[in-house]
Design a protein around this ligand. Structure first.
Ligand code: AMP
Length: 435
C-alpha cells in the first residue's frame, strides 16, 4: 500500500527526514509541479518568539533571499502556516562535508578545493553585506557533484530549537569555530569573524581534529583568545604560514579575504566563479510579515534588561555552542563533563539573585561577582580543599540566558550530591531547560 505523503500547501510533497538541525527538522521534498527535489526546514514559530528573535528572523529571511551563488545553498521560498515556518531550499544530496573528514583527514588539494569554495561563498556574502558568523561543519553540505554548498547564510540567527523532550538542542559543547572577539564581545567585524571560522574549518579539514579543544568551556575560551594551538607535523609550510595569518586573535591584523586571495597556497588551481549579482526580480522575495503576521513584533515579547557587562553571546554564538559541531567527540575521547548548564528566560538580575540565595542557603561565601561571573566557596572542613563553584551567565538574546556552573575546587562527590539534591531542585523555577 502506498504511504500517504504529507503535502505542503499543494506545492511540495514531503519525503524522508534529512536531519535535525539547530532550527528544527529538515525534510526531503519534491515540488509537485516541477518534480524538483528540495529540502524543507520546518521551524516552530513559537520557538522563534520564545527566544525573542522575530525581528532578527525577518532580517535573516530577507538577507537569505539576497544571496545567490554556486556555493551557497539557495533559498527558494519561505512559506508559513499558523504555527510553523517552512524554508524551501536547494537540496544538497552529497551530505555534510564533515562526513568526509570523519573518514579521515583530507589531502591538501581536496582541502584547498573546499576552502576555495568556502571563501568564494563567504566573499560573495560579504559583498552583499551579509555575514554568516556561524560557519561550522554542519553548515557545509555537498551536492551530488561534490560542490560545496554553504547553508544557513543568515538563517543562523535561530540558533536554538526545542526538542520533543522540551530540551534545547544547544547541549553546549564548544565555541570551537567562533572568533575570539565574538566570544569576548568587544564589538566585532563580521567579515573578520567569518575568516577566522574559515581558518578553523581549513585546519579541521587538513588535521582531522579541531585546533582548539578542551572539555572545559572556559579553558577553550582561553585557548581561542590567545590562539593557543599547534600545527600537526604533516601541514606544509605554506599552509602553516597562511593559517597563522588567519588564526590571528587580533581581528585588525588578521588577514582579509582580499589579501587571502593573493596567497600562493590559496591561489593554486583557483577558479573564480563569476559572481554576478542576481537581479532582485529573479529572487523569491520572502514576505516576512506574511511569515510572522503583524502581531509578531518583538514588543509583544518580554524583553529583559540585560546587565551591561554580561558576556553577550548572540544567537549565532548559541549555535556555535551546539553539540552538533563538537567534533572533539569524533576524534578524541570525551572526558566527563565538569560543567552543568541551563537556559533561562528570567532576567540576568533575577538569575543572579537566585544563584546568590541558593549559595547563602547552602552556606557558601560569595568570593567574587564580576561581569556575570559569580564565584562561591564553602569554607573547608578538615584537610579537604574548600568546595568552590564558578557560575557564569551568558546573554544569548536580551530575553534568553545560558548559565554555566562548574566546580573549581573541592570534592567531586560532595559537589555532585549537592548539585543533584540541593542546587538543581532550588533552581527549578528559573530554569527553562537543562542542557
Ligand atoms: P541544519 O538545520 O541546517 O543544521 O540541518 C540539519 C541537517 O539536515 C544538516 O546537517 C543536513 O544533514 C541536513 N540538511 C539541511 N539542509 C539540507 C539540504 N538543503 N539538503 C540536504 N540536507 C540538508
Amino acid at each position: 500500500m502506498e504511504n500517504k505523503r504529507k503535502v505542503l500547501m499543494q506545492k511540495y510533497e514531503f519525503g524522508n527526514l534529512l536531519g535535525q538541525g539547530n532550527f528544527g527538522k529538515v525534510y526531503y521534498a519534491k515540488s509537485i509541479g516541477t518534480k524538483q527535489s528540495v529540502a524543507i526546514k520546518v521551524i516552530e514559530k513559537e520557538m522563534v518568539r520564545k527566544v525573542g528573535m522575530v525581528d532578527q528572523t525577518k532580517t535573516e529571511i530577507s538577507s537569505m533571499s539576497l544571496v545567490k551563488h554556486p556555493n551557497i545553498l539557495e533559498l527558494y521560498e519561505v512559506l508559513a502556516s499558523k504555527n510553523k515556518i517552512y524554508y524551501v531550499m536547494e537540496y544538497a544530496d552529497g551530505g555534510e562535508l564533515f562526513n568526509e573528514v570523519a573518514k579521515g583527514k583530507l589531502r591538501e588539494d581536496m582541502a584547498r578545493k573546499y576552502f576555495q569554495q568556502l571563501i568564494s561563498a563567504v566573499e560573495f556574502c560579504h559583498s552583499r553585506g551579509v555575514y554568516h558568523r556561524d560557519l561550522k561543519p554542519e553548515n557545509l553540505l555537498l551536492d551530488d557533484n561534490g560542490t560545496l554548498k554553504v547553508s544557513d547564510f543568515g538563517l543562523s540567527a535561530l540558533g536554538v530549537s526545542k526538542h520533543q523532550d522540551g530540551l534545547l538542542h544547544t547541549t553546549c559543547g564548544t565555541p570551537a569555530y567562533v572568533a575570539p572577539e565574538v566570544i569576548n564581545q568587544k564589538g566585532y567585524d563580521g567579515a573578520k569573524a567569518d575568516i577566522w571560522s574559515c581558518g578553523v574549518i581549513l585546519f579541521v579539514l587538513l588535521a582531522g581534529y579541531l585546533p582548539f579543544r578542551d572539555s572545559n568551556l572556559f579553558e577553550m575560551y582561553k585557548k581561542i583568545s590567545t590562539a593557543d594551538y599547534r600545527f600537526p607535523s604533516w601541514f606544509s609550510p605554506d599552509v602553516t604560514k597562511l593559517l597563522s595569518k588567519i588564526l590571528n586573535p587580533n581581528p585588525k591584523s588578521r588577514i582579509s579575504i582580499a589579501k587571502l586571495k593573493t596567497n600562493s597556497w590559496f591561489k593554486k588551481g583557483f577558479k573564480s566563479k563569476s559572481l554576478e549579482k542576481t537581479s532582485e526580480q529573479d529572487l523569491p522575495r520572502a514576505d516576512t510579515d506574511v511569515v510572522f503576521g503583524s502581531e509578531a513584533n518583538t514588543a509583544a515579547f518580554e524583553t529583559m534588561n540585560p546587565k551591561d557587562n554580561l558576556p553577550k553571546l548572540n544567537a549565532f554564538d548559541i549555535i556555535s555552542l551546539s553539540s552538533g559541531l563538537d567534533l572533539s567527540g569524533l576524534f578524541t575521547e570525551t572526558k566527563e563533563k565538569k560543567e552543568v548548564q541551563f537556559t533561562s528566560v528570567h532576567s540576568a538580575s533575577a538569575i543572579t539573585s537566585k544563584l546568590k540565595d541558593i549559595a547563602q542557603q547552602l552556606k557558601f561565601k560569595i568570593k567574587t561577582e564580576v561581569g556575570g561571573v559569580l564565584k562561591i566557596e564553602k569554607p573547608s572542613r578538615g584537610r579537604k580543599s574548600a568546595l568552590a563553584i564558578d557560575m557564569e551567565i551568558f546573554e544569548l538574546t536580551p530575553s534568553f540566558y545560558l548559565v554555566e556552573m562548574k566546580k573549581s575546587s573541592g570534592d567531586s562527590l560532595e559537589y555532585k550530591r549537592m548539585l543533584q539534591e540541593d542546587i538543581r531542585p532550588a533552581l527549578e523555577d528559573i530554569v527553562w531547560s537543562w542542557q
